[in-house]
Design a protein around this ligand. Structure first.
Ligand code: FUB
Length: 343
């Protein structure tokens, strides 16, 4: 039912490509892996890519995912175990389609799955689903998080506080919320961006409420600056935020990492507070095979790892497979750049 003919060329290229790491999961397509250690065990919360009847367009409609699976690993070298479907779009009253990149958090014996989906007005919102187990199944809240919009929620725990980061431009619609309301000046997903010499659109952050189900404060925009202290500009596509926010803490510094979208890199910026501002530092992961690049960074037994995806198994941008490799912080706190494709 799905037209794959346009990918012949991609597939031929893939055959000669030497990859840094192998797919972790190959019985289904998975992407956007959010990895965590909960109670000493590794869990992966990825998107579940599927063949779609929906035609490819600039807003990513062909990323038409319908459910989530959770995976666990006994240690970093073990094969992930698939715990099956833990949440389905048909069980989420407000969600119509496109279950994009999720994340999970653990507090007081409960597990929370955060996810974006389009509502019945075709507006992306963020939802939460709850379970007593890290492997689900997860019961969704009947409504999206109040005041939520756009995509790619990522939750970072700092002591007793939990912060949710989110946002994605173009198909992720963040550029349509610059006034605080959903405002679309045209049909193209590229409309509504700032001019090239204006500050780039900011990703967002809010502390979560004590019950983990809502924003616990008014969301704040995150400022990403260059080393001169000037905001990264909208026209600076090599460095400006596109989607896939992630935060980790190393030696008391907060690392905010993200995808640059149309330049296909995972880059990072550092700061002294979970709210930012963050100063741009450099590239963590060079472009992978496939258009999207989306990662998570996690510490396991004293070593750091980046989970990411590419399209080695399918050669198609919307049918991805999760991978993982070690990540190295240098003594000065910078991160060594990883090349996912060996030359
Ligand atoms: O997987 C769907 C979308 O593609 C994610 O939400 C984005 O980050 C990109 O990876």
């Amino acid at each position: 039912s799905c037209n794959q003919s346009s990918t012949t060329e991609d597939t031929e290229t893939a055959a000669d490509t030497q990859f840094l790491s192998a797919p972790l999961i190959s019985h289904m397509y998975t992407a956007d892996p959010s990895a965590h250690v909960f109670d000493g065990k590794i869990y992966i919360y990825p998107s579940h890519d599927v063949m779609s009847e929906v035609e490819e367009d600039d807003s990513g409609a062909h990323f038409n995912m319908r459910d989530y699976h959770v995976f666990s690993m006994d240690d970093i070298n073990s094969v992930p175990v698939d715990h099956g479907r833990v949440l389905d779009v048909d069980d989420i009253p407000w969600a119509k389609r496109q279950l994009w990149a999720p994340d999970a958090a653990h507090k007081d014996g409960k597990y929370y799955l955060y996810f974006p989906a389009k509502d019945y007005d075709n507006i992306f919102r963020l939802g939460v689903a709850v379970s007593d187990s890290p492997t689900g199944p997860f019961t969704p809240q009947p409504e999206p998080m109040k005041g939520s919009y756009s995509i790619d929620p990522a939750v970072f725990q700092d002591g007793n506080d939990y912060y949710i980061y989110w946002g994605g431009i173009w198909g992720g619609q963040l550029q349509k919320w610059r006034t605080g309301e959903y405002l679309s000046t045209g049909d193209s997903p590229y409309d509504d961006e700032p001019a090239d010499d204006e500050p780039a659109i900011s990703p967002m952050v809010a502390k979560l409420s004590a019950d983990m189900l809502e924003f616990g404060e008014n969301p704040r925009p995150i400022l990403i600056k260059d080393k001169n202290g000037d905001p990264i500009k909208a026209g600076d596509h090599e460095r400006r935020f596109f989607e896939a926010a992630w935060v980790h803490k190393y030696n008391n510094t907060y690392y905010f990492s993200y995808s640059t979208g149309d330049t296909h890199k995972i880059v990072y910026a550092t700061g002294d507070s979970p709210y930012g501002p963050f100063t741009y530092q450099g590239v963590i992961l060079n472009p992978v095979q496939g258009w999207t690049n989306h990662h998570s960074i996690v510490e396991v037994d004293g070593k750091w790892y980046i989970f990411y995806h590419d399209t080695e198994l399918s050669g198609q941008t919307y049918l991805r497979n999760v991978k993982m490799t070690e990540l190295t912080h240098n003594p000065d706190g910078t991160i060594q750049t990883i090349d996912p494709i060996l030359s």
